[in-house]
Ligand binder design. Structure first.
Ligand code: HEC
Length: 141
């Protein structure tokens, strides 16, 4: 019986060490330079493709659809928890929206694609809601 348990433990240790050595291999194969470039990308502001997409969104939504959105309510429900009701709060690393110098396109890109601790809202809000709330944020300044 004791022998049995020892054998099982031995097999576990064996598999564990094989798994660990494979992990290390993957690490070296991927090379550490990849890691640094990923980090850099995460810090960069919206990419050209993201800004392009944002500009398309702004061009594609009609003024009537934007006007139909209760932007204040959208902001209160989705954004105020980090940015504050007046956009002057900075929780979870958020920026004070009252001090934001980002353009409308940059704001739409940030809301649509997300960044840092802020989630992307492309699947949460409708296009018209994203643009309406970005315009609402402009007014908070
Ligand atoms: C979980 C917290 C959180 C929520 C909720 C949130 N944000 Fe943010 N927001 C952030 C953070 C963090 C940043 C800074 C991201 C960075 O630059 O790394 C940010 C940045 C921004 C910026 C860019 C400001 C600038 O000058 O660069 C805008 C615009 C913005 N948020 C609007 C919104 C809107 C509109 C909503 C709601 C639809 C919202 N946020 C919801 C955390 C949040």
């Amino acid at each position: 019986m004791n022998k049995h348990i020892t054998l099982i433990i031995f097999i576990h240790i064996l598999f564990f060490s094989i798994a660990c050595s494979n992990k290390d291999k993957n690490k070296t194969n991927n090379s550490s330079s990849n890691k640094t470039s990923v980090k850099k990308d995460a810090k960069k502001s919206a990419s050209a493709a993201q800004l392009n997409k944002a500009a398309q969104l702004i061009a594609g939504v009609s003024a009537t659809d934007i006007a139909a959105v209760n932007a204040a309510a959208v902001f209160k429900k989705n954004c105020a928890s980090c940015h504050g009701l007046k956009g002057d709060m900075a929780l979870s690393g958020a920026k004070k929206l009252t001090e934001s110098t980002a353009s409308l396109v940059e704001k739409v890109a940030q809301i649509y694609h997300g960044k840092g601790l802020m989630i992307p809202y492309k699947n949460v809000l409708k296009d018209a809601e994203i643009i309406a709330v970005a315009k609402y944020v402009e007014q908070l300044r």
